[in-house]
Design a protein around this ligand. Structure first.
Ligand SMILES: Nc1nc2c(ncn2[C@@H]2O[C@H](COP(=O)(O)OP(=O)(O)OP(=O)(O)O)[C@@H](O)[C@H]2O)c(=O)[nH]1
Ligand SMILES: [Mg+2]
Length: 180
């Protein structure tokens, strides 16, 4: 199974840095016209070796305000979403809430989601508890959310592999029932 991870997040959240940090190849820009039904947008693409099976594909998506119509199709084409939230920017919890709304609006099956909170070093006095209300559960599972420096390979790898673990869990237990 080839995993295709959509890296989402507002401008400056760290999508390009994250791809640079873990990609085995120099990040490239693909013509996303094919990916997104002819919409004029480019996806930054990277490839990550996950130690087993096919390498994982990473796609950095521009922020959805810029391509609302193509967003759903972009999410549909990926197996999971790694959302980056800039902790030092204005309204980070609002950014998380906005993306979750956007993902919930899709008609297709929910995509496994992991949230990486970047730039925590820039805003050390802002507590992580600001995300509590916006995090909630995702598709009946607890939503993994943790601090991640997008420039650091180990941090990004942890986020991506958490997503891979969620994907495996979804496939193994699909239809097996959820909460007791
Ligand atoms: N201090 C700090 N800098 C970070 C962190 N994560 C990413 N950066 C830096 O933040 C800046 C913005 O990151 P980018 O990767 O360019 O952000 P982006 O999401 O690709 O932004 P757009 O392409 O404009 O949508 C870069 O200089 C990164 O190196 C972090 O956790 N801490
Ligand atoms: Mg970028």
């Amino acid at each position: 199974m080839q995993e295709r991870v959509l890296l989402a997040g507002r401008a400056g959240a760290g999508k390009s840095a994250a791809i640079r940090a873990v990609s085995a190849i120099a990040p490239t820009l693909t013509d996303a016209g094919r990916v997104a039904g002819g919409a004029a947008l480019e996806l930054e693409t990277g490839v990550m070796d996950i130690g087993r099976g096919a390498p994982l594909m990473l796609y950095g998506a521009p922020s959805p305000e810029r391509f609302d119509a193509a967003w759903e199709e972009l999410v549909d084409r990926c197996t999971g979403v790694l959302l980056l939230v800039d902790h030092s920017a204005a309204g980070p919890a609002e950014a998380l809430r906005g993306y979750r709304k956007l993902l919930a609006r899709r008609r297709g099956a929910p995509r496994p989601l992991v949230v990486g909170v970047t730039h925590t070093d820039i805003a050390p006095h802002r507590p992580m508890t600001i995300y509590r209300a916006a995090a909630g559960r995702h598709d009946d599972y607890p939503l993994p959310l943790f601090a991640m420096d997008a420039r650091k390979p180990l941090d990004v790898r942890a986020g991506v592999l958490t997503l891979v673990a969620l994907l495996e869990m979804h496939r193994r237990f699909a239809g097996a029932g959820t909460q007791d």
